[in-house]
Design a protein around this ligand. Structure first.
Ligand code: LLP
Length: 410
């Protein structure tokens, strides 16, 4: 079983040197994904933003910045982090939902474009910052995604201003001299079907035609990656011949002289660049099922528990052992704490090292210390192959000390 894009020996070496659990990220894979997408956007005035919620470890953000990417930031924390790492405010879109006035002031002061997805917030912005520039997040009433929890368009979604309310948007903007310089949508996450992306792109481009002051149209992220062997990767050729081709025509016909087309993927850039290494602590057969219990859990990788998401699991210690069927479970006191059910994996023994693949997006960034389990370590593989421990694993005692001191107790 392939441990793409990593060499299994390197992963074993990292586990031996740095222990487990540990997330490992591969810089070259991130750069390849950026290049893949950038290549199919040639010929249009495109700017890539990175949705940093997918993974915000500093070396990764530095790669994005060096490659000229901007940022989709959704909280004051994300905004401050990317500013501190030197991203140009002109290339940051602030897309918090349920924004407070404080957040709004903070983002305006930082000089980043405000992406507004609620009429009441637009009104507040107009009242407090009359005459300012704004980006409108629309809900094109088309949604998609790998799971219902990640669909962000359509009539059940809390995100964006429903496209039918654009007249109201114009009224509020006119009343407060707001200039609509950006139009944005993001319909969901983990989308592998280009036809859905195309349908949604059509809606935003149609709306954008009616807004002469636009400086950018942001068609969102959501580009999927294949997690299972039987899934095909996103068909970039079709993406280019449909969506990119029509964007090209759109840009030529739009009245705005320097219109930028933005995309803001997270997962597409980083998912396949990451792996979570863990050790098998316990093998337990009940007669009906065999559980392989790991030294990590849903606190470190929530996606299976939250979305029933599939991550390929490789036995690094004994890749050629005959397969057996396992429920691969974590060390958290919840029945939802699993990584795989009924999964055939080369026979596992206690002490074996496993690699949980495609965990570079929404792994560490979605993690928690539930059950008071400290977070895993993180290792970065530089483009030249150098391995660097970028975040050591917290020890249990260090973790408890930090916890107590947050309460002012020692
Ligand atoms: N832009 C906006 C406004 C978003 O809300 C998101 C993701 C993205 C871009 C990036 O989406 P991506 O390209 O990564 O699909 N935790 C879930 C994914 C939730 C995504 C939330 N918003 C998962 O692990 O599948």
């Amino acid at each position: 079983m392939s441990t793409r894009p990593f060499h299994p020996d390197l992963l074993k070496q990292i586990a031996a040197e740095h222990g487990t659990p540990v997330f490992v990220y591969d810089e070259t894979t991130v750069k390849t994904r950026i290049d893949d997408l950038a290549r199919c956007l040639t010929g249009i005035p495109a700017r890539l933003l990175y949705a940093m919620k997918a993974n915000h470890c500093p070396p990764l953000l530095n790669v994005m910045r060096s490659a000229g990417l901007g940022i989709d930031a959704v909280s004051p924390g994300e905004l401050d982090l990317c500013l501190r790492l030197g991203f140009d405010p002109a290339n940051i879109l602030y897309s918090a939902n349920n924004m407070t006035d404080e957040e709004m002031h903070h983002a305006v002061k930082a000089g980043v474009a405000m992406n507004i997805g609620e009429l009441s917030r637009l009104e507040r912005l107009g009242q407090m910052y009359n005459g300012s520039d704004v980006c409108i997040r629309i809900n094109p009433q088309i949604g998609a995604g790998h799971h219902a929890h990640v669909v962000t368009g359509g009539d059940k979604s809390k995100f964006g201003i429903p496209i039918e309310q654009m007249d109201r948007v114009r009224e509020i903007a006119a009343a407060h001299d707001l200039r609509i310089i950006g139009l944005h949508q993001h319909i969901g996450s983990g989308i592998l079907r280009t036809d859905v992306l195309w349908d949604a792109a059509t809606v935003i481009l149609e709306t954008a035609r009616t807004l002469p002051d636009l400086r950018f149209v942001n068609v969102g992220g959501g580009l999927g990656v294949p997690y299972r062997d039987d899934e095909a990767p996103l068909d970039l050729e079709t993406f280019e011949s449909t969506i990119v081709a029509s964007i090209r025509q759109f840009v030529d016909s739009h009245p705005s002289a320097d219109l930028e087309i933005r995309f803001e993927p997270g997962r597409y850039f980083t998912a396949e660049s990451g792996v979570l290494l863990s050790r098998v602590n316990t093998i337990k057969s009940t007669g009906k099922r065999t559980f392989a219990g790991l030294d990590t859990g849903m606190g470190h990788l929530l996606r299976p528990a939250l979305y029933n998401a599939w991550h390929t699991i490789c036995n690094l210690s004994r890749p050629d052992a005959p397969p057996e069927t396992y429920d691969v479970v974590g060390n958290i006191c919840e029945s939802a704490d699993f990584f795989a059910r009924d999964r055939d994996i080369p026979k596992l023994s206690e002490g074996d090292i496993v690699a949980i693949l495609d965990t570079g997006a929404y792994g560490m960034s979605l993690s928690s210390t539930y059950n008071m389990r400290p977070l895993p370590a993180e290792v970065w593989i530089h483009g030249d192959g150098t391995v660097e421990l970028i975040r050591p694993r917290q020890t249990a005692s260090g973790f408890v000390t930090a916890y107590l001191s947050a309460y002012g107790r020692h």
